[in-house]
Design a protein around this ligand. Structure first.
Ligand SMILES: [Zn+2]
Length: 323
């Protein structure tokens, strides 16, 4: 049985046909349009093109935003047009297939649990480090959503009182210190603090301060730039700090580090582990969570939500509502 997973992000819509082993067999991709109707047209068109080539039985949508607890509506997605919209029913009606919705971090966590770095873990946390931080918690393979479907919002844990301002309205949120965005902020701060540093990044800052992106800091660090490596050192420290908070609350067996920044894990993960192990409550007297990098990369959202769609289709057939 094949199902289709769609990753609906702020810049692109990616759809993939996924089999029972979590393998992506075929994909379609399009830019994310601005309006609500145009976005639904784009999703429906991408899925329809895949359905022309494959016989799939259900569709899952992984959305970068809040989904309500029955997973039929998108409450709010900062980079998408939907506001309290019945997305699952609308798309299901247009495609004539069962559709399930999920927060993209939850979908990625499920994919890592079924097929990747968190396989079989009783308590698994996903920390997806990209532009910001996305978080998910799985208990025995079940997504923990909280009472209103918005937990766990790890990126906005306050790690630094009166720290850097965050678009969420607070100060000192974890993702202001530990994300691709944070890497560039830290690098720019370090350059201002140590003027005259001979750094590959200094020339970029002199040219245009906005040119210092997380990706560029990573590139410079890999090329041996000391200042860029120091920015990664700071990120590692704050990652360890946040992981210690996460471990105090959830006591996970495995923490999976995903997202775009995890591709640079050799630059920071060992330091983060060390810092985490040193400061977690009861350090030296408790088992530590295994901290691993994600295995499914960019496809995790597609694979996870397609797997949820498969579970939904199986239930639908069992309940005799499918055929
Ligand atoms: Zn925040």
């Amino acid at each position: 049985m094949l199902t289709i997973g769609v990753d609906v992000g702020g810049t692109s819509v990616r759809a993939g046909v996924v089999d029972g082993e979590g393998l992506v067999l075929d994909t379609e991709r399009a830019g994310t349009p601005k309006g609500e109707a145009a976005l639904e047209d784009t999703i429906t068109a991408a899925v329809s093109r895949l359905l022309d080539r494959h016989d799939a039985t259900a569709v899952g949508l992984a959305v970068a935003g809040f989904v309500n607890s029955d997973r039929r509506r998108v409450r709010f997605a900062p980079h998408l047009a939907w506001r309290d919209a019945p997305v699952a029913d609308r798309i299901s009606h247009r495609l004539g297939l069962p559709v399930v919705l999920e927060h993209d971090a939850n979908a990625a966590a499920l994919a890592e649990y079924r097929f990747g770095a968190a396989r079989g873990a009783h308590v698994a946390v996903l920390v997806a480090i990209g532009t910001g931080i996305g978080g998910a918690l799985l208990v025995d393979g079940q997504v923990f959503r909280g009472a209103h479907g918005v937990a766990p919002e790890l990126g906005h844990l306050r790690v630094v009182p009166d720290g850097r301002p965050c678009p969420c309205g607070k100060n000192g949120c974890w993702e202001r210190y530990c994300s691709g965005t944070a890497l560039s902020t830290t690098a720019i701060e370090l350059l201002a603090k140590y003027p005259g540093t001979s750094s590959l990044l200094a020339a970029q800052v002199a040219e245009d301060v906005n040119a210092v992106t997380g990706r560029r800091v990573a590139g410079a660090a890999r090329d041996g730039d000391a200042l860029a490596q120091r920015a990664f050192g700071e990120l590692a420290r704050w990652l360890g700090e946040g992981l210690a908070l996460v471990a105090d609350v959830y006591d996970p067996e495995v923490v999976v580090i995903g997202g775009g920044v995890s591709e640079s894990a050799p630059l920071f993960l060992d330091d983060a582990r060390e810092h985490y192990a040193a400061i977690v409550t009861g350090a030296g007297h408790r088992p530590l969570a295994r901290i691993r990098t994600a295995q499914l990369g960019d496809d995790a959202g597609i694979v996870g939500v397609a797997t949820m769609a498969r579970d939904l289709a199986a239930r639908t057939v069992r309940n005799g509502r499918g055929h």
